[in-house]
Design a protein around this ligand. Structure first.
Ligand code: ADP
Ligand code: ZN
Length: 524
């Protein structure tokens, strides 16, 4: 008998959580758990995974154990449950022995319904938790952030392998594994490491239809960013940078521009990190400039945008990070600044890994990420397809979709730019090509290239126009960037074919410098 409640799942949802209905697949998942199936749940961030084990925890008679990697958040999660009248506790290394003993005795007395633990506590210490768990009335084990068990996931945590060992010790207890990010390989890995019989899979749609995806060239990133933030003046948002140094620099630049921004990265003291995070969550500071150390498990529903100043390492990471925007379902923006240089840097970082199989798989994921940035396919279609889901038609809510129908005839200037690249022996970057096109008076340019037929043919147009055109030609696959030191432009076969066939060169020149214009209407 459950000492707390004889309520049904629906009633628990209403009375303890204050929600009138289940959302999406929640009900099906909860039914599967109550039927004692092993269950794997794939649901995007913000989809409502917690309810899927918290409601069963109340309905079932014994204890539900939640395994979570986020020690720092356990206290908040438990406090929130307690304030809803749900008896919950956590056990972790931050507590003293007597506190841990007290909690254990409460559990033995059946006074706790939900217990949060970190995986490293399972088998370690004089009193490994596993022995304790075997001695009590256990109803369910919930494995949160289950992708942490997979080496192929983007956030592998070796201590999570212990959860597989726990599985072997508790063959009669149903497990539910939940994650927001898992490509096919990671999914299989989770199933193999956690389940011996085949589990029931519940895969929610990963579509976050309220998020507008955009990828833009990294040139003049700061100007573009400021313009973007100007549009989002009153909103909260996260800006991800690759390195701590970039985080610091960006935060300072934004502060200098008068914006309410703070940094967050693992190099800050614990107090500073907690303080900055707190200020952001309470809306006292609007912008969190952070490395990817920030965000996991943070439930802030009104994040209106997520910006990536650098390309993420893989699509799982990108999707999880962008998924932190718009949990409240309102229109939100995801903006990524792409440069091939960043892709090269990330590739080099992988080369340093000693595990070959690992770095090869990571390299493939990196290539996919790069392909996503450079592709002309509807962003949403591409992302959903990556997660094994199909999306009928184009979404109408990403930069690619916005550009369709806005094609302009750019044949003449595009030919000028492309032939300048060729005349310069495909040995220069866009900046220099533009100097030549616009007939720069600098003696360096004059001495070397004044004689070229293309010198100065583009002087009637502004530098900015040529930059935008260059970016479009890159994005549209006319040009590629090569070279390891600094990128030099080359024509693609596609460009040569276009030039030979004398076809018009139509380019989406509307969107140009900035991502935001199209949605202004919908935000107001
Ligand atoms: P996830 O862990 O999948 O990212 P959460 O469990 O944190 O998602 O839930 C995301 C948000 O949705 C939370 O603010 C939560 O309170 C809310 N939520 C969850 N289930 C429901 C529901 N059935 N009805 C309304 N809101 C819900
Ligand atoms: Zn689209």
């Amino acid at each position: 008998m459950n000492p707390f409640t004889t309520l049904s799942a629906n009633e628990v949802l209403q009375q303890y959580f204050g929600y009138s209905d289940f959302r999406g697949n929640q009900q099906a998942i909860i039914q599967s758990v109550l039927d004692k199936n092993d269950t794997i749940v794939l649901m995007p961030t913000g989809g409502g995974k917690s309810v899927c084990y918290q409601v069963p925890a109340m309905v079932l008679d014994g204890l539900t154990v939640v395994i979570s990697p986020l020690i720092s958040l356990m206290k908040d999660q438990v406090d929130a449950l307690n304030s809803n009248g749900i008896p919950a506790a956590f056990l972790n290394s931050s507590q003293g022995i007597s506190e841990q003993r007290h909690i254990s005795s409460e559990i033995q007395a059946g006074k706790i319904k939900l217990l949060y633990i970190a995986p490293e506590r399972l088998f370690r210490g004089a009193y490994p938790l596993v022995d304790f768990l075997k001695s009590i009335n256990l109803s369910l084990i919930a494995v949160d952030e289950a992708h942490c068990i997979s080496q192929w996931g983007h956030d592998f945590r070796p201590e999570y392998l212990k959860v597989g060992d726990l599985r072997k010790e508790l063959l009669d207890v149903p497990f539910i594994a939940l994650t927001a990010t898992a490509d096919k390989l990671t999914r299989q890995d989770i199933a193999e490491k956690l389940f011996f019989k085949s589990p029931k899979w519940v895969v929610s749609s990963f579509d976050r239809s309220n998020i507008t995806y955009r990828v833009t060239a990294k040139r003049q990133a700061m100007e573009k960013l400021l313009e973007f933030l100007d549009f989002h003046q009153k909103d909260s948002g996260i800006i991800y940078c690759l390195s701590r140094k970039n985080v610091e620099e960006t935060a300072i630049k934004l502060q200098e521009a008068g914006l309410s921004a703070l940094p967050y990265h693992a190099g800050l003291s614990r107090e500073d990190r907690e303080k900055n995070q707190e200020l952001f969550i309470k809306d006292e500071v609007k912008i969190m400039v952070a490395t990817i150390a920030f965000g996991m498990g943070i439930d802030k529903s009104n994040v209106r945008y997520v910006v990536h100043m650098n390309m993420p390492q893989n699509i799982e990471g990108y999707y999880q990070e962008t998924g932190r925007a718009g949990r409240d379902g309102l229109p939100s923006d995801a903006l990524l600044f792409f440069s091939s240089g960043d892709a090269i840097t990330l590739g080099r970082m992988l080369e340093q890994s000693e595990n070959h199989e690992f770095s090869e798989i990571m390299q493939q994921k990196l290539d996919k990420m790069k392909d996503f940035c450079q592709s002309r396919i509807c962003r949403r279609k591409y992302l959903l397809n990556y997660f094994g889901e199909s999306h009928a038609g184009n979404c109408g809510n990403c930069d690619i979709c916005f550009q369709k129908g806005n094609l302009q005839d750019m044949t003449v200037p595009a030919q000028m730019l492309l032939s300048s690249v060729v005349r310069l022996g495909e040995n220069f970057g866009l900046g220099y090509v533009i100097l030549v096109l616009r007939g720069s008076k600098s003696s360096k340019v004059q001495d070397a290239h004044q004689e070229l037929s293309v010198y100065g043919i583009g002087k009637d147009r502004a530098e900015d126009f040529w930059k935008r055109l260059g970016d479009k030609l890159l994005q549209e696959g006319y040009l590629t960037e090569a070279g390891s030191q600094f990128p030099t432009l080359k024509l693609t076969t596609f460009a040569w074919e276009k030039l030979k066939s004398k076809d018009k060169i139509l380019l989406p020149m509307e969107e140009v410098s900035l991502p935001v214009s199209e949605t202004k209407a919908s935000h107001n």
